[in-house]
Write a protein that binds this ligand. Structure first.
Ligand SMILES: [Ca+2]
Length: 399
């Protein structure tokens, strides 16, 4: 549900909620005498300073080249991807395995490469692992893809590509892509609009700029919102997205939340609902990197407002809802990795809205690529660098 409220400004009042600072006027109709509609502006992050020292950090493993996605295996090991195309396991002493064989070939260029990793909800029975990556196409083209295979000894077995974003295009940016399973067993794949092709985010016949929902075998769920609509790709869940690199299901409501990269000043927290349009590149907060205005401004009827936005941006990648006991009072918080300025962001939520933001680990000087909760209730982060690390995050020791 969009945080959108309409009031008549002719009556001389405006509505505020949460941290709303202002309203903006959307002239829905210039016909004299028609009501002028005012759309409440999405709440903007207050950009709190990093609470350095509030958390303690240990290095679990190092020597990973641009690690991207992290997941815990039931036996206590971790699986971690490295963007150049490697999948490794990490044991409880932090030792890295050799790369697994038979990982699909990737286009490791720019933001592309081997990206997220997820386990099948029934992994204990079927040992299925899902990988998201930039799949090479003709010439210098590539597109986001998902493959799955069984985790064997040192290799993936029976690897099959179950999803391919269409069309494949040139360029090395905005592949997404996080993999998250819903309670009903469907798999959501977050994507980007491949940067130079932003207008396709509004085109339902293109896979660019879409959040998609598929079955674990790659088939399309029959209750997807655009199934049966001529000219629309049936795997699409929602559209008008720029580049979603964070996704998670709320532990209580089961609703999907995502964070996407905006341009300068336009990173967004969204709660994507079936069939809805999230606006890019027609509406957005912030401006293009060139300083040019984006589209038509920040709001338009028929397009969803974000739940919350960041200006300046946080460059989000990886997130998790916290459900553990190790950080008292954090249950239900949304923890988001920031690549730039390089932080751990914690949002508190209530009734679908953001009620507070805190930031940590700004003193590390690291780009945080992924955030996962361990079975011990502690947090595990990936740092994005040529000598990337897996960090374990604990509450600061009592004084
Ligand atoms: Ca948007």
């Amino acid at each position: 549900m969009a945080r959108t409220m309409w009031v008549r400004c002719l009556t001389g009042y405006s509505i505020g909620f949460g941290r709303v600072l202002a309203t903006i006027v959307v002239v829905a109709s210039m016909v004299l005498g028609a009501p002028v509609l005012v759309q409440a502006q999405a709440p903007r992050s207050p950009t709190p300073a990093s609470a350095n020292g509030a958390l303690r950090v240990e290095t679990i493993a190092r020597g990973l080249e641009h690690p991207w996605g992290l997941v815990f295996l039931p036996d206590g090991r971790l699986l971690v991807t490295e963007r150049p195309g490697r999948l490794r396991s990490v044991d409880q002493d932090g030792r890295l395995s050799e790369p697994f064989a038979d990982v699909p070939p990737v286009q490791a260029r720019g933001q592309g490469g081997l990206l997220d990793v997820a386990l099948d909800p029934r992994f204990a029975e079927n040992r299925l692992v899902y990988l998201a990556y930039a799949e090479p196409g003709e010439g210098r083209t590539a597109g986001t893809a998902v493959a799955r295979g069984q985790l064997g000894e040192g290799r993936l077995e029976d690897v099959r590509v179950i999803y391919q974003q269409q069309p494949k295009v040139e360029g090395a940016n905005h592949f997404g892509s996080r993999l998250v399973f819903a309670r009903d067993g469907t798999l959501f794949v977050t994507q980007g609009e491949r940067f130079d092709y932003r207008d396709q985010a509004q085109d339902l016949s293109s896979g660019l700029g879409k959040l998609v929902r598929i079955n674990p075998d790659g088939s399309v769920p029959r209750d997807n919102p655009f199934v049966g609509r001529a000219g629309a790709r049936p795997e699409i869940w929602s559209y008008g997205h720029r580049n979603i690199q964070s996704a998670g299901f709320h532990p209580h409501t089961g609703q999907l939340w995502t964070v996407e990269h905006g341009a300068r000043g336009g990173d967004e927290l969204n709660r994507p609902e079936a069939g809805k349009n999230y606006g890019w590149p027609v509406i957005s907060y912030g401006v293009h990197y060139s300083g040019a205005k984006i589209g038509e401004g920040p709001a338009k009827p028929g397009m969803e407002q974000p739940v919350y936005y960041w200006d300046p941006v946080i460059a989000p990648s990886g997130m998790t809802f916290y459900t553990g006991e190790a950080f008292p009072g954090w249950q239900g918080s949304l923890l988001i990795g920031s690549l730039q300025p390089g932080l751990l962001v914690r949002l508190t939520l209530a009734d679908g809205r953001v009620t507070g933001e805190e930031r940590y680990l700004g003193n590390l000087g690291e780009r945080i690529r992924d955030v996962r909760q361990g079975p011990d209730g502690l947090l595990y982060l990936l740092t994005d660098s040529r000598d990337g690390r897996i960090l374990r995050v604990l509450p600061a020791a009592p004084r």
